[in-house]
Design a protein around this ligand. Structure first.
Ligand code: ADP
Ligand code: ZN
Length: 511
């Protein structure tokens, strides 16, 4: 069977996403492979599909027992022989699993990095090792777990077995560190784009944030969302306050009883409750496609966390919101709490990452660009879908204005430049205006709009391709194939509304 056939028959999906197929090919060629792909991108299939194509066992290293259980349950539902081994199981349970491993019935085995079964791996006929959440091995990452360091023995224990390391969060330094600590040999590296184009990033001052939040939620009553708070106390009280206001909401944090937590999560996944007010304990491994917004009432510790938490919105690809209430006071407060025991280096990294998070709140340039650059990904300075891009460049209905310009250009037989066209539109008394142009139907139809505004409207029409400019020393305005539909009234035109924030448009257009 081919990887695609496995995907279709065993997982029920019709095609691969992003770089899944190339990654799977790399693994099947027994290459060490490094995968950086955003949360929700589909990392699991990158080792699950090979697991079903390879002869032996695929061992998956994963940090959280709860996540292992979810993954294994999902695989079993698809009829895949999978299991995990951990300390919560009885000896008999473990023996049953190991005998299936030894008789080669088992295809996937999940282990925590500190598992005592590590020593026995060389007797297990292992074909592939997948290290999930691989950033946990690096001090440079934001979620270092000392037990992951045990994995630096991996290549010694299983020298001829390919390793695939996967993470959703690693800057360049962390990437190199992961590759080095796992001793990957000449790995194939796959880095997917981190851009989540359907998520709109917005930051608002954290002042009267509860009232602001009510306003935000008011128009989203039918939609699912997650609201993150820093503390358990704040989580409980915000959930209670929202419930008082009539919202369908429940809290979630690690201080709650396990059963209650599981119940709340289940209700959220089933859409029985719309809003989950939660600490960061909520979300790891949550796979709900229709989360429409993620709100942060308090500042996250670092960009990695912020990106992961906001990334839980809009997995279905539909328009979604990421809203942060920001004040520098949060930064000062968090700095006071920092005390990573006896480790100056860790503290330094923590503080640096916190400052980078704060800088996000203070941005006056595109937030998406900042996020992507943070992950070493190049990005344009305008995304059109963050508050900065949208407030500085807000669009409004401008069809009538556009029609005025285009019909003036038509009547002037496409022989004049911007300034002359504007003079005609404004009905200028300027001596330059030729007498037959004073008689044009369009003469003076734009007197209600200032010259500066016409200049920016024409620039915008040029940028959007409704107008063109001829080459040469005295460029003239020309119609384009897109002009006709606007003149007929068959196409709406949205124009940039220039705000005070932008520099005042030039009085004279250099032509
Ligand atoms: P990650 O580990 O990268 O956060 P997952 O492996 O959990 O992501 O996948 C996220 C979701 O996308 C899952 O529901 C998964 O079943 C789904 N998915 C992954 N690959 C595909 C695909 N090729 N086609 C359709 N759905 C997919
Ligand atoms: Zn932007």
């Amino acid at each position: 069977m081919s990887p695609l056939e496995i995907l279709r028959t065993r997982f029920g999906y019709s095609s691969f996403r992003l770089e899944q197929e190339a990654i799977i090919q790399s693994v099947l060629q027994r290459k060490d492979t490094f995968v950086l792909m955003p949360t929700g991108g589909g990392k699991s299939l990158c080792y699950q599909v090979p697991a079903l194509l390879l002869d032996g066992l695929t061992v998956v290293i994963s940090p959280l027992i709860a996540l292992m259980k979810d993954q294994v349950d999902a695989l079993r539902l698809n009829g895949v022989q999978a299991a995990y081994l951990n300390s919560t199981q009885s000896g008999a349970e473990q023996d049953a699993i190991i005998s299936k491993v030894l008789s080669k019935e088992m295809k996937l085995l999940y282990l925590a990095p500190e598992s005592s079964f590590f020593r026995r791996l060389s007797s297990f006929n292992v074909s592939l090792v997948a290290v999930d959440e691989a950033h946990c091995i690096s001090h440079w990452g934001h979620d270092f777990r000392p037990e992951y360091l045990l994995l630096n023995q991996l290549k010694q224990t299983l020298p001829n077995v390919p390793v695939i390391a996967l993470t959703a969060t690693a800057d360049k330094v962390t990437q190199r560190d992961i590759i080095e600590k796992l001793a990957l040999r000449n790995p194939a590296v796959f880095v997917s784009s981190f851009n989540r184009a359907n998520i709109r990033y917005t930051v608002e001052p954290k002042k009267r944030s509860f009232e602001k939040l009510l306003g935000f939620l008011e128009t989203r009553k039918e939609e699912s969302g997650i609201i993150y708070c820093l503390s358990r106390v704040a989580t409980d009280s915000l959930a209670a306050d929202l419930a008082k206001e009539g919202f369908n909401v429940l809290p979630y944090h690690a201080g709650m009883e396990k059963e209650q937590r599981a119940r709340h999560q289940e209700m959220f996944l089933r859409d029985d409750v719309k809003i989950m007010v939660a600490t960061i304990a909520f979300g790891m491994g949550i796979d709900k496609s229709n989360v429409r917004y993620v709100v942060h009432m308090d500042l996250p510790k670092n960009i990695e966390s912020y990106y992961q938490e906001t990334g839980r919105a809009g997995r279905d690809g539909l328009e979604s919101e990421a809203l942060l209430y920001y004040t520098y006071a949060d930064v000062s407060k968090m700095k006071k709490f920092v005390e990573i025991e006896g480790n100056a280096e860790q503290t330094r990294i923590y503080l640096k990452k916190l400052d980078q998070m704060a800088a996000y709140g203070d941005l006056v340039t595109c937030r998406r660009q900042y996020l992507l650059n943070y992950f070493d990904e190049p990005a344009p300075s305008y995304c059109g879908n963050c508050d900065i891009c949208l407030t500085q460049v807000e669009r409004e209905e401008g069809t009538v204005q556009a029609q005025k310009v285009l019909s003036a250009v038509t009547r002037l037989q496409e022989r004049f430049g911007t300034n002359y066209v504007i003079d005609v539109l404004r009905g200028s008394n300027s001596a330059k205006i030729m007498d037959d142009h004073r008689a044009l139907k369009t003469f003076g139809v734009g007197a209600d709009t200032s010259k500066e505004e016409w200049v920016s409207i024409i620039r915008d029409l040029l940028a959007q391709g409704y107008l063109a400019k001829s080459d040469g020393t005295y460029p003239v305005l020309k119609l384009t194939p897109k002009s006709a539909a606007v003149l007929r009234g068959a196409e709406r035109v949205m124009l940039v509304r220039s705000k005070e924030k932008l520099p005042a448009p030039m009085m004279q257009v250099a032509e």
